[in-house]
Design a protein around this ligand. Structure first.
Ligand code: HEC
Length: 123
């Protein structure tokens, strides 16, 4: 009985360590390399509360000119485009055929994008 209890304690500690190291299970794991899901900026801007927010509206200092200018909101449809191909999305959303972004295309499928958007809604 004592052995079983010890094994359970070890499992619980391992699970706690995983959580505190911010290991994400879904496609959001890709985003975490460049983004914090709270209020900190990394290589990319903080993504806390991003669903519904105007594009380029955080105090992140590294925006491309095209994203900084903004002019659209990150609703679900726009996020889906962005997570599929950010190079195409920045041109479409800004209405500028020469617009560029610093975020490399993530090539998420619609299903992966929906999973990530669901995750971001809770942030
Ligand atoms: C290699 C780094 C990198 C990865 C990986 C990455 N991003 Fe980005 N992201 C950036 C950068 C850099 C910007 C700023 C782009 C610009 O200014 O043109 C950005 C911008 C954004 C924006 C616009 C934020 C705003 O304030 O308007 C959203 C939304 C976003 N990323 C979501 C994601 C999601 C979700 C993922 C994961 C599927 C992801 N990104 C993966 C680097 C990355």
């Amino acid at each position: 009985m004592k052995k079983i209890f010890n094994a359970m304690a070890v499992t619980a500690i391992a699970a706690g360590a995983l959580m505190s190291a911010n290991v994400y299970a879904g496609a959001e794991a890709k985003c975490a390399a460049c983004h914090d899901f709270g209020s900190a900026h990394k290589v990319g801007p903080a993504l806390g509360g991003i669903v519904g927010k105007p594009a380029g509206s955080t105090d992140f200092g590294g925006y491309s000119d095209s994203l900084k200018k903004g002019g659209w909101a990150w609703d679900e449809a726009n996020l889906r485009k962005w997570l599929g191909d950010s190079n195409a999305a920045i041109k479409e959303l800004s209405g500028d055929a020469n617009a560029t972004t610093k975020m490399p295309p993530q090539k998420l499928t619609d299903a992966q994008a929906d999973e990530v958007i669901g995750f971001l809604k809770g942030k």
